[in-house]
Design a protein around this ligand. Structure first.
Ligand code: RB5
Length: 155
């Protein structure tokens, strides 16, 4: 399993420890930057990781910014990506079980490293449940289709 990871300056302090931790769990990790605490724009790094997941160059993405919000908003705009900002153990689990999320977005400023390690381990180690959630995932993904004109009476 390949995991692409990136951050902005708000998440940079956690990127390296999380990358090492993910490797220790047995995953292959690709660090997509940045390489210093210098201020950068989170959409640039969200884009790099999201496209790697969308192009199947990575199975999962992990993105860390100050809140985890800007990363998720950006990554989710890339077709094929389901990005989730996770701030609790249960959200990490449900993002996989119900939403089949493939990009995990974390907060470097409002969540501890230890909690983020738990979220990463939980997220990567939890399978999509399928079943009734399969239909909903298909409905999420129709938003990627430029020909989809929106929900009508046919739900
Ligand atoms: C950068 O200051 C901050 O806006 C960013 O890290 C993130 O929290 C955006 O959502």
């Amino acid at each position: 399993m390949r995991v692409a990871i990136a951050s902005d300056h708000g998440g940079f302090g956690f990127k390296e420890p999380l990358a090492r931790y993910i490797e220790s769990l047995g995953y292959e990790v690709e660090d997509c930057g940045p390489d210093s605490f210098d201020r950068v724009d989170y959409p640039d790094y969200a884009d790099i990781v999201a496209r790697k997941v969308a192009n199947q160059e990575a199975d999962y993405g992990v993105l860390i910014c100050g809140t985890g919000l800007g990363m998720a908003i950006t990554a989710d705009k890339v077709a094929g990506v389901r990005a989730a900002t996770v701030t609790s153990h249960m959200f990490a689990k449900l993002a996989r079980q119900h939403n089949n999320a493939n990009v995990l977005c974390l907060s470097g400023r409002f969540v501890s490293l230890v909690d983020n390690m738990d979220f990463v381990r939980t997220f990567l180690g939890t399978a999509f449940e399928g079943g009734r959630h399969e239909r909903r995932i298909k409905k999420i993904m129709r938003e990627d289709d430029p020909n989809f004109t929106g929900v009508t009476s046919d739900r």
